[in-house]
Design a protein around this ligand. Structure first.
Ligand code: HEM
Ligand code: NAG
Ligand code: NAG
Ligand code: NAG
Length: 323
């Protein structure tokens, strides 16, 4: 009798624990069983219109998770221009990422109104774009709720900067329980997408008084970048971050680092710092190791600061809190 009560109590604790704290792969299996195919369809339709869908959606997910957790707070539009997406660090978050999430949400709402969070749609879409670019597939945990806070002032100092060194990168990722290995694997997202010239121009023109060109850059690659990004170039000009296979999600990013063709200091330092170089060499030589580490890290990224259970809300329009 006592034992049975104890067992019931234990089961109750487990059930409550699951409902409140944790994400699950089959969270919508009865409430919206087709959610993943609906999102996938919307993402691939958007992708047929523009390749930017891929890098923009992936980066949007990363920035969302690092500020206030993976809760779609980055999606909120404010008439005053003071929401998270308006922060200077968000400069150049391509509009196509926002558009992808909005379109996917509309498609989901049409079949399962009021059920699926924008935060979960972002997590599914981030996986889908990796797959569309030829990267590894993986299952996505679900059950996130949408956040109730979105403030530009929360962004400063909470996103990694392209001039960071290894310890600065590690410190920032560790705040979210992400290891150096996770950080190196997630940086592999720079295998697709674009950077504006001003984010790395210092490496071409004003690195140091003795070396205006960053000596850790391959000289031919530096020349190539100078051609694409002359001094004082139009700030809207952007270049591929992976000069070799810019539209494929692969491990060539790490081969580029070995060949001194990392776009940012924060990329190249992963190879030049002895503490991270063995991992870069491994990922450059073994695509399977990169894929495995990337999947693990994306799933961990997707758990950062999530709201579950009764926290937050299920937004109807991803760009506005429910009224
Ligand atoms: C490790 C530290 C990181 C730094 C310092 C960093 C910095 C940057 C910067 C400066 C840009 C260029 C933005 C522009 O000028 O348009 C960029 C682009 C991008 N980042 Fe990162 N990033 C980091 C990690 C990540 C992670 C973890 C992801 C995703 C998992 C990611 C995904 C992307 C993507 C896909 C783009 C291309 C965006 C586009 O083409 O629209 N980055 N990143
Ligand atoms: C990284 O940068 C920080 C801040 O500028 C500095 O204190 C630290 O010494 C640097 N670490 C390395 C290994 O260069
Ligand atoms: C941090 O990650 C470890 C290993 O993945 C996990 O066991 C632990 O529960 C995580 N901690 C938090 C606070 O998320
Ligand atoms: C996509 C987006 O909303 N980007 C904004 C990022 O922040 C700058 C200002 O700092 C805005 O001008 C952009 O519109």
């Amino acid at each position: 009798m006592e034992r049975q009560r104890g067992l019931y109590l234990l089961m109750l604790i487990i059930i409550i624990g699951r409902a409140e704290g944790q994400l699950e792969e089959n969270f919508y299996s009865s409430s919206c069983p087709n959610v993943e195919s609906i999102v996938q369809q919307a993402v691939s339709t958007k992708f047929t219109q523009t390749f930017v869908t891929i890098p923009a959606t992936l980066r949007l997910f990363f920035h969302d998770c690092f500020i206030e957790g993976c809760d779609a707070s980055i999606m909120i539009a404010s008439p005053n221009g003071d929401a998270e997406k308006d922060a200077p660090d968000n400069v150049s978050l391509a509009g196509d990422g926002f558009d992808t999430v909005v379109k996917a949400k509309q498609a989901v709402e049409a079949q399962c109104p009021g059920i699926v969070s924008c935060a979960d749609i972002m997590a599914i879409a981030a996986r889908d774009v990796v797959v569309l670019a030829g990267g590894p597939s993986f299952s996505v945990e679900l059950g996130r709720r949408d956040g109730l806070i979105s403030q530009a002032s929360l962004v400063a100092g909470n996103l990694p900067e392209p001039f960071f060194n290894l310890s600065q990168l590690n410190t920032m990722f560790a705040k979210h329980n992400l290891t150096q290995l996770d950080m190196i694997a997630l940086s592999g997202a720079h295998t697709v997408g674009f950077s504006h010239c001003n984010r790395f121009a210092n490496r071409l023109y004003s690195f140091s008084p003795a070396n205006p060109v960053d000596p850790s850059l391959d000289p031919n690659y530096a020349q190539q970048l100078m051609q694409a990004c002359p001094q004082n170039v139009d700030p809207s000009i952007a270049v591929n971050m992976d000069p070799v296979t810019p539209r494929i999600f692969d491990n060539v990013y790490y081969q580029n680092l070995v060949n001194r063709k990392g776009m940012f200091t924060s990329d190249e330092v992963l190879f030049t710092d002895a503490a991270s170089q063995p991992t870069v060499n491994d990922f450059a030589n073994n695509p399977g190791d990169f894929n495995g580490a990337f999947i693990t890290a994306m799933r961990k990224l997707g758990r950062v600061g999530v709201k579950t259970g009764n926290q937050g809300q299920i937004r109807i329009d991803c760009t506005a809190f429910n009224s």
